[in-house]
Design a binder for this molecule. Structure first.
Ligand code: NAI
Ligand code: BUO
Length: 688
């Protein structure tokens, strides 16, 4: 049941914009009230314009923001005196409307106002809320919705038939409300709710109370109905579900990434499982979107895979997924061709939502957060279908109504506000030793060009710290911390699986975890030898092998960069174990390059030298041992290394990260099996 979260302590909020922000955030924080990015709110106030005159304005949500998180700067103030006369018009095309509204702005620095601005402007109330509550949309999307609304609200509601948002809908709402003096709410068929109040609190209280009335009615009816026609399948136990996902997610990722790579996430919440396992899911899921605001993120229909989970037949599941994605593509292209206008450009013809009985829901998107939005919106659709089928039959926008929303220039404008895609957008980079000096610089470098990064390290605290820092800057789910000792086969297998479960697969491996030991050759112990070979050779082999398997299953190529060392080709004194391991490492990279070519997997190495700043290797005995082998003090090492380079420079972790980024990028797409030195120029270590 939706709760009223209004806190009376907030009553001392300034009236106007401040209380609008507070109310909007309260409405948005409950996703069963307001969809991600959907809904809009407003307040009418008096402000001073640039001439110093007092003018009546409408503060309304700016396009592209989300009620849950929006702040004052996400609202737009428009001069009402210039907008109100528009109601006399018969119609107003979208472009003319947005152009007109842009001239009514109190301040040109404000964002473009919501598509639904006129709905707020034409209603004669100080505070107006337009939301998409599950319970109300259940009524709005039931074939008997109007009768149900009459039973619940009597004469307190206005029912507006489905019409795409814009001038006409706003006018219809205003006229409907004017014609019914008892109206407290408007139900927009197949769309949402409009409520209002004289104060911000009154508007919020009404919105919540009206939703609760609908919820109580639906709950009462639900006592006598079997949700979604009852259960057909049982969910697989958690471990089995994960085992299936590990196998199928890379295949799905490959198939949905043929045009543009997708991040693939999965969800097995109880509400989703109840739906996918039901008798009704297959048919219901193909009826259409539960709200126009979902369409851009979920597409009109999901891909439903008919699979019998108890059979545990994964090969059959993979076959059905492959066939399913391929027919989804064909149908999507046909839908686009049937409905397109001259300037429309087709989006990726791949499902954003895939439903699998026993397993749950799989979502795709250009980023983990985009996939999460489609997940969050489809959960709303599940709730709406549950409510609508409890009341009657679920109905949705028809094909042309759906297309008109999906390819509506005003919806596309919202999408255009997202940052442009960069070199590593849509890609997942797995950086071993990610918590260390070179590793963390590499994570940050790849992130700066759009990658999702996995900070994989034996030092999980360090990895978590970095992942948290990244997510606080770039937004949730851009980084994942994974604990893994590269020398332990099971841990490597589990770490790669964890990445598959998080993002659907992997595109870039940076094999970088490391340590170094130094000792005269005849004093080199078995422990030292095994440690260097274990981490730098066996560890790199295991990570590369497990990633290679995933890359092969994805079948969209891949990229590996090994962090070698000057010692990979230069036989430094007192470093037999380390240098031998580093030499083996780069040769391993070349052998994988030879094997990977046919699958589009490129493998290259970067050979640094003396990266003292930021490196934990140089906090260890290695520093003293190296200094003593050169007969100098450890504080003199940085200048010693600088002077021995041809370019007279010190090497920083960021320098190595830059070369790694280059080799992993499309700029190096025709390079494999190669080594790049990043050592300031050391003649003895020239590659040849
Ligand atoms: N710093 C330097 O001067 C040079 C470094 N390199 C190579 O660069 C790589 C990174 O080194 P730095 O960033 O300087 O060192 P670092 O010590 O700062 O980072 C290495 C990271 O690897 C992790 N690690 C160690 N053993 C592991 C294991 N068994 N499993 C998983 N993670 C493990 C550590 O926890 C650490 O976070 C290493 O492979 C090193 O050999 C190569 C040439 C020069
Ligand atoms: C740690 C290392 O590889 C060197 C050469 O500095």
């Amino acid at each position: 049941m939706v709760k009223n979260h209004w806190n009376d302590k907030e009553d001392n909020l300034n009236t106007g914009l401040e209380e609008l922000v507070y109310r909007s955030n309260l409405l948005g924080q409950d996703r069963s009230v307001a969809n991600w990015g959907g809904g809009n709110t407003s307040v009418k106030t008096t402000e001073t314009d640039f001439k110093g005159d007092e003018v009546e304005v409408l503060w309304v949500k700016g396009s592209g923001s989300d009620l849950a998180t929006m702040q004052a700067e996400n609202f737009t103030a428009l001069k009402l005196a210039e907008i109100r006369p528009l109601i006399e018009k018969e119609d107003m095309p979208d472009e003319e409307m947005t152009d007109y509204l842009s001239h009514c702005m109190l301040d040109r620095k404000h964002p473009r106002s919501s598509i639904e601005t006129l709905l707020h402007a034409f209603l004669p109330y100080t505070h107006v809320d337009h939301t998409h509550p599950d319970a109300i949309i259940s009524i709005a999307c039931a074939d008997n919705g109007k009768e149900v609304a009459e039973e619940i609200y009597g004469n307190r509601f206005v029912w507006v038939p489905y019409i795409r948002p814009g001038f006409k809908l706003s006018k219809l709402i205003a006229e409907g409300v004017k014609a019914n003096p008892s109206a407290e709410l408007v139900i927009m068929e197949k769309h949402g709710l409009v409520t209002w109040g004289d104060t911000s609190k009154e508007s919020y209280d009404r919105t919540v109370a009206i939703i609760q009335e609908a919820e109580r009615y639906i709950d009462d009816k639900a006592k006598n109905t079997e949700l979604f026609g009852g259960m057909k399948y049982k969910s697989l136990p958690e471990e089995e579900r994960k085992a299936v996902l590990k196998k199928v997610l890379p295949v799905i990722r490959g198939h949905v990434s043929e045009e543009k790579r997708m991040i693939v996430t999965n969800d097995s919440s109880q509400e989703v499982l109840t739906f996918v396992n039901s008798r009704g899911a297959e048919e219901l899921s193909q009826i259409g979107a539960a709200c126009p605001d979902h369409l851009v993120h979920t597409k009109r229909v999901p891909l439903y895979i008919d699979w019998e989970p108890e059979s545990k037949d994964i090969d059959k599941l993979i076959e059905s997924i492959e066939k399913g994605i391929s027919s989804f593509k064909e149908e999507y292209i046909a839908y686009f061709e049937r409905n397109k206008s001259e300037d429309d450009k087709m989006f990726e013809a791949v499902p954003r939502v895939i439903l699998i009985p026993g397993i749950g829901m799989i979502n795709t998107g250009k980023s983990a957060s985009a996939a999460n939005i489609s997940e969050s919106l489809y959960k709303r659709a599940v709730a709406v279908m549950g409510g609508a089928t409890t009341l009657g039959n679920f109905v949705s926008l028809n094909e042309s109504e759906s297309f008109a929303i999906e390819y509506w220039p005003l919806e596309l404008y919202k999408l255009s506000l997202s940052p442009p895609e960069a070199e590593f957008s849509r890609k997942v980079a797995f950086v071993t030793g990610g918590a260390g000096g070179i590793g963390s610089a590499t994570c940050k470098r790849l992130l700066s060009e759009g990658a999702h990064v996995v900070v994989a390290d034996i030092n999980i605290e360090g990895a978590r710290e970095l992942a948290e820092e990244i997510n606080s800057i770039y937004g949730a789910n851009r980084a994942l911390a994974v604990k893994m000792d590269v020398t332990k086969e099971e841990e490597v297998i589990d770490a790669i699986h964890e990445v598959v479960l998080e993002y659907g697969g992997v595109d870039i491996i940076v094999n970088n975890a490391g340590l170094a030991s130094s000792s005269p050759f005849d004093e080199t112990t078995m422990d030292q030898w095994n440690l260097n070979i274990g981490v730098l050779v066996t560890g790199y082999f295991l990570v590369a092998r497990e990633a290679f398997k995933v890359m092969k299953h994805q079948d969209i190529g891949g990229n590996m960069v090994f962090v070698g060392s000057k010692n990979s080709i230069y036989a430094g004194k007192n470093a037999a174990a380390y240098s031998t391991a580093k030499a083996a490492e780069v040769h391993l990279a070349r052998t994988i390059a030879a094997d990977g070519g046919e699958f589009g997997i490129r493998v290259n190495s970067v050979l640094p030298d003396a990266v003292i700043r930021g490196s934990k290797i140089w906090d260890s005995n290695w520093k003293e041992e190296r200094a003593s082998s050169y007969g100098i003090g450890s504080d003199d090492l940085e200048s010693h290394y600088r002077k021995r380079t041809i370019l007279n420079v010190n090497i920083l972790p960021e320098d190595i990260a830059e070369s790694i980024a280059f080799l992993a990028s499309s700029k190096a797409e025709k390079t494999t099996g190669c080594m790049i030195t990043v050592d300031g120029g050391v003649a003895a270590a020239f590659t040849r």
